[in-house]
Each structure stands twice: as structure tokens, then as C-alpha cells.
Design a binder for this molecule. Structure first.
Ligand code: NIG
Ligand code: FE
Length: 402
């Protein structure tokens, strides 16, 4: 059935950039958009239903393209330690950090992990998120990574959201492999990734390229394995130091490289050439009280698409609001509200390999959109959190209860 949606304006992001249609109309059929444009140009015809959007601003459904929202335990005690001046690296070296979440995640049942993840995912959905990426990486064994990925798949079945799962088995060295990082990468490549991929649990592969994580040579082996399995790749790179992981990721055709505070011009050039998206994570920057800003001007100059995500995780970014991340991207990183909106729609879709179907309001794309009760799109980045009046439409159906 065709539906006509009107009495609205649209920040459609059509044509791969921030673009606006005043007094817009949109027509959906099934789950897709079949027409969008100025209402005055809407073809006459037989529309089964007409929805009055009350003068709202439409945007594509928001996309959080980098989260770690499945985990056991919490790390509020580390938050207190960091406030007393202990660094993230020092906490990790003392057996805390990612390792402490690995312990709690291994101990948790699938049901317990699901309960916590549902709570956190719902927070994002209430803000208009209609597509969500979630990473594993707190299991670090075949069984525990499988447990996380199964929970990630369940989220997509239980909630009205499109979920992409990323296997981040190369996130940290599990304690039983202390001093044997290469042997753990052997296990990741020989067993964990191939097995979990064969079970249909993996949409993409990620790794943490850092002194705290894995070396570029080790990450490269993970990328080769992902390539053999036909899986797209992403990378946590240049968060705390420059190892040129982002260049490496680009060489392997990565969908994205994420964090990037310490990237340089050669990395930006490599990412531009590969079409890899720069996923910027202001929540982690803020929580770690980093001072090295990601080089936004370089990324702009080289035409690298910039996405923004919550990085929702228990350690470095317990961020339950993607709109707050938009605000932080503007205030801390000096991005414009238009760039911030593109960062959680158009470019976030690209970072998930969903650019053909999601991220903008265009004919042929999925009818996932939010009708915001705001006067200007910049308001989405302006308010610090809180709940804005809105209606969320997913697959051309209005969601009534998230
Ligand atoms: O994206 N950088 C590595 N991984 C996460 C943090 C994970 C954690 O501290 O639990 C991140 O910031
Ligand atoms: Fe992350």
C-alpha cells in the first residue's frame, strides 16, 4: 500500500550531502521510499493513507555505527580512579580496563547479557536510532565471542532496529594468552572468525590497533583472514598513538577506521583513496579527557566522509545518547551541525556498508525516518541530551512503543 507523508520539511541528505526540501512530501510503498520532493510537485494519484506530520522536520533514522553495548558488569569504579588521575593505560596495565569487562562478560549468562544490552539499546532507540552496530570483543574465546554475537543478533529480533554485528575478537589479549599475542591471533584467524562467520553471526570484522591492543602486523593477519571469509573490515586506529593503522585499514579497503585522534595526512590520503569512512567518537575523547583532537580539517580537505558514533562501552564511553555525541562533535571537534547530522545518517550508513539502502531519504531506500518537533535541523546537535518531541518511522510504519 502506498502512503503519503506530508506537512513537513526534510533534511534528506540526498545526493551524498546535507540537503534540504522545504514543504516536502514523501511517498512510501511497502518498506521503501518511492517518491520524495517538494509537496507542490507530488504527483496526483491514489494514496491508501495520508499522514499529516504537523510541520515536523524529517531526517533519516539515526544510525549509531560503533557501539560495544553488550557487556557484563560496569566500570564506574574506574571512572572514579580516572578522576583521581590514574590513566586508562595504567588501569589496563593493572588488569582493569577491557580485561575487567572480559571477566564480567565471560561470567554472565546469555540472558543476563541480553537484559543489559536491551536496556542500553532502548535508550538509543528512544532518540530516533533505527540502525545500530554492535561489536563483540569482551569474550575473547570462541564460546564467549559466540555468546556476545548471539545476543547482538537477538537485539535485532527483539527490537525495531536494524542491527549489524561486528566481530572484535582482536580487541585485547585474553589473560590465558598473556605474552603470546601471536598465538592468540592464530586462534582468531584459524578458529574464532571462520567458525563464527560460518554460523552467520558476523557482518564485519574489527580489531584494536594500539600498543594496548594489537600491532599493525597482527591486525594485518586478521584483515587477511576476514578477506578470505569475504567479510568487510573496520579498525580502532590512532586512538592513543600513531601506528598508521588507519592507512593499513584503507589498504585493505576498510569500511571505516575509527577514533583517529592521532592520524596524520598520509593516513587521511590513504582513507580518501580507499573511500573508508572516518568514524569519530567524541564520547571516548571526552571521557578520557584527551587533548589531541582528530584532525577534522585534514579529513575535510581530503574529502574523507566523517561519521559520529557513541562508542557506547563500559570503559571509555558510557554514552547513552547519540544526539549528545552530535553536540560534542560540534563543541569539542568543531564540526558543523550539518556535518554532525551527516555523521549519524549518511556517513554512518556508509561506515556499515549500508550506503545503498540507508542513511538518506531517497527513492529506493528504506523508509526509516524521524519526524522531529524542531524549528531547525541544527537543534538536533544543539540540545544536550534530553528527549525531543518526535515520531519515529521504521520501514514506513510509525513506532508506537520502543
Ligand atoms: O572503542 N579502544 C578500544 N575499545 C573501546 C574501549 C573498550 C573498553 O575500554 O572497554 C573503545 O574505546
Ligand atoms: Fe570502540
Amino acid at each position: 500500500m502506498k502512503k503519503r507523508w506530508q506537512h513537513c520539511h526534510a533534511a534528506s541528505m540526498a545526493g551524498g550531502r546535507y540537503s534540504i526540501i522545504e514543504d516536502a512530501a514523501l511517498v512510501t510503498e511497502g518498506a521503501h521510499i518511492v517518491w520524495i520532493g517538494p509537496r507542490a510537485e507530488l504527483p496526483a494519484g491514489d494514496y491508501g493513507e495520508t499522514v499529516d506530520l504537523g510541520g515536523a522536520w524529517l531526517t533519516p533514522g539515526l544510525i549509531d555505527c560503533h557501539t560495544h553495548l553488550v557487556f557484563g558488569g560496569d566500570r564506574s569504579a574506574e571512572f572514579e580512579q580516572r578522576l583521581e588521575g590514574v590513566s586508562y593505560a595504567e588501569i589496563a596495565a593493572a588488569g582493569g580496563g577491557i580485561a575487567s569487562t572480559v571477566r564480567a562478560t565471560r561470567e554472565a549468562s546469555e540472558g543476563e547479557l541480553l537484559t543489559g544490552a536491551l536496556l542500553r539499546a532502548r535508550q538509543l532507540l528512544r532518540e530516533g536510532v533505527t540502525t545500530l552496530e554492535v561489536k563483540s570483543g569482551y569474550g575473547l574465546s570462541l564460546a564467549a565471542e559466540r555468546k556476545m554475537l548471539r545476543v547482538i543478533r537477538r537485539l535485532g529480533e527483539l527490537l525495531p532496529v536494524t542491527v549489524r554485528s561486528t566481530c572484535l575478537a582482536a580487541h585485547a589479549l585474553p589473560p590465558e594468552f598473556a605474552g603470546r599475542a601471536d598465538a592468540y591471533i592464530d586462534l582468531v584467524c584459524a578458529e574464532i572468525l571462520p567458525q563464527l562467520a560460518s554460523e552467520g553471526l558476523v557482518d564485519a570484522v574489527d580489531a584494536f590497533c594500539e600498543h594496548l591492543g594489537f600491532s599493525p602486523a597482527q591486525v594485518e593477519r586478521v584483515f587477511q583472514c576476514a578477506g578470505e571469509l569475504g567479510l568487510p573490515i573496520k579498525l580502532h586506529a590512532e586512538q592513543l598513538s600513531s601506528l598508521h593503522g588507519s592507512s593499513l585499514a584503507a589498504r585493505y579497503g576498510a569500511l571505516s577506521a575509527d577514533h583517529l585522534e592521532f592520524m596524520d595526512e598520509s593516513d587521511a590520503q590513504a582513507m580518501a583513496a580507499a573511500g573508508s569512512v572516518a568514524v569519530l567518537l567524541p564520547g571516548a575523547f571526552y571521557c578520557l579527557r584527551e587533548t589531541q583532537l582528530p584532525p577534522i580539517d585534514l579529513l575535510r580537505r581530503h574529502g574523507v566522509a566523517m561519521a559520529i558514533a557513541s562508542d557506547l562501552n563500559p570503559g571509555t564511553s558510557p554514552a547513552l545518547s547519540l544526539r549528545l555525541m552530535m553536540n560534542m562533535a560540534c563543541t569539542l571537534f568543531r564540526m558543523t551541525p550539518e556535518e554532525a547530522l551527516a555523521g549519524v545518517t549518511l556517513h554512518a550508513a556508509q561506515a556499515l556498508g549500508l550506503g545503498h539502502s540507508h542513511g538518506s531519504l531517497e527513492v529506493g531506500k528504506v523508509a526509516d525516518f524521524v519526524a522531529w518537533d524542531i524549528a531547525r535541523p541544527a537543534e538536533l546537535a544543539y540540545w544536550l541530551g534530553g528527549e525531543l518531541g518526535k515520531r519515529v518511522i521504521r520501514h514506513a510504519e510509525e513506532l508506537t512503543d520502543v
